[in-house]
Design a binder for this molecule. Structure first.
Ligand SMILES: C[S@@+](CC[C@H](N)C(=O)[O-])C[C@H]1O[C@@H](n2cnc3c(N)ncnc32)[C@H](O)[C@@H]1O
Ligand code: SF4
Length: 327
């Protein structure tokens, strides 16, 4: 992988900050999921099994605010909202980012831009120090309908909100700086690989880096092996085809949309991941470890961090979701 040039604000700290927090038994990123409501049903979604199926014991806004306060005491500088669904659809989303900003945290949110967002709400994101990872895999309306099962209007809403994002966030753009507040976050499949250069041009036009990752075979792939062959591995093997891995590397400056300058996944390596009911797991997409580290409602976070830190493999380019693929 070439020299890393682009970072998303929220993952831009010097490595010493991450290491020092870890040495003290704390963490730098708090990754917190909101409800799993989503207006899409992407064929390969990491969360396809749990979308729209929340338990009744979701953390309340008060509990989430309390978790932010506790996290700051353990060194946290960034609140990451990776989204079990589309985070902007959650009723607590806006109050939470406002509170995070009041406490001095930077927020990073991943969004499909077609949830609860419009020009004024995008201004709110900007004013509350929120960086946005935009789901952007294709500029074809057919792809939105076929692969996201999106409503026809969503394609237009996406480009309208992208335009607002560009206008509002361009105030933060500094051509000499390599820390961005907007990034494009793309999943590469055999069906959208031809549009990569288009996405790259959009990125340049919108002064946003493009983070591309080959589609990962999570639970959806074993349930639909034909789809996995069509999208990720033509012979049905366990990893995305090498062609996709190489294409992603060629167009990418980082291996994940949460990379540090040294190419660590900041959330996995230096974070604490809390699901929407308080369960702790090793990274936002690693559902097998859900609850293995307890639940924030009844554990001491310092004890959890001891256990987590003793089990994590801290190595640049390492992804716990695809441990055998070299990034
Ligand atoms: C789980 S979604 C949640 C936030 C928001 N709804 C969105 O789509 O951006 C976060 C990101 O996970 C990534 N993702 C989901 N399933 C994936 C898969 N099977 N392989 C690789 N990336 C995936 C997509 O890049 C998506 O943008
Ligand atoms: S928009 Fe995001 S959360 Fe919703 S189905 Fe697609 S990848 Fe999953």
């Amino acid at each position: 992988m070439g020299k890393v040039k682009n970072l998303l604000r929220g993952y831009h700290y010097p490595i010493e900050v991450y290491s020092e927090n870890q040495r003290k038994g704390g963490f730098t990123q708090l990754s917190l999921d909101l409800s799993s409501k989503c207006n899409y049903r992407c064929d390969w979604c990491f969360n396809s099994d749990i979308l729209g199926k929340d338990s009744e014991d979701l953390l309340s806004l008060k509990e989430k605010k309390c978790l932010l306060e506790q996290s700051i005491k353990l060194g946290a500088k960034t609140l990451v909202i990776p989204g079990t669904g589309e985070p902007t659809l959650d009723k607590d989303f806006y109050p939470l980012i406002e509170y995070a900003h009041e406490l001095g945290l930077t927020t990073v949110v991943y969004s499909n831009l077609t949830g609860n967002l419009d020009k004024n709400l995008i201004k709110k994101l900007f004013e509350n120090d929120v960086s946005v990872g935009v789901k952007f895999d294709s500029n074809c309306s057919e792809y939105f309908e076929k692969r996201y099962h999106a409503n026809k209007k969503d394609f237009h809403k996406f480009f309208e909100n992208l335009q607002y994002l560009s206008e509002i966030y361009s105030q933060s753009y500094n051509p000499d700086r390599e820390v961005h507040r907007v990034a494009f976050n793309s999943v590469l499949t055999h069906e959208n690989k031809e549009s990569l250069s288009d996405l790259g041009s959009w990125g340049k036009g919108f002064w946003a880096p493009l983070f591309i990752r080959p589609v990962k075979p999570v639970t959806w792939a074993s349930k639909n092996p034909e789809l996995w062959k069509r999208l990720g591995n033509k012979t049905g093997g366990d990893f995305p085809d090498q062609e996709l891995v190489e294409l992603a590397e060629k167009h990418n400056t980082l291996f994940s949309p949460s990379s540090t300058l040294e190419n660590h996944c900041a959330i996995y390596s230096f974070g604490l991941t809390v699901k929407n009911n308080g369960d702790i797991q090793i990274c936002p997409d690693h559902h097998e470890s859900r609850g293995y580290f307890g639940n924030v409602r009844d554990v001491d976070l310092k004890e959890v961090m001891k256990k987590l830190n003793s089990q994590r493999k801290i190595q640049p380019g390492y992804c716990v979701m695809l441990p055998d693929v070299k990034h």
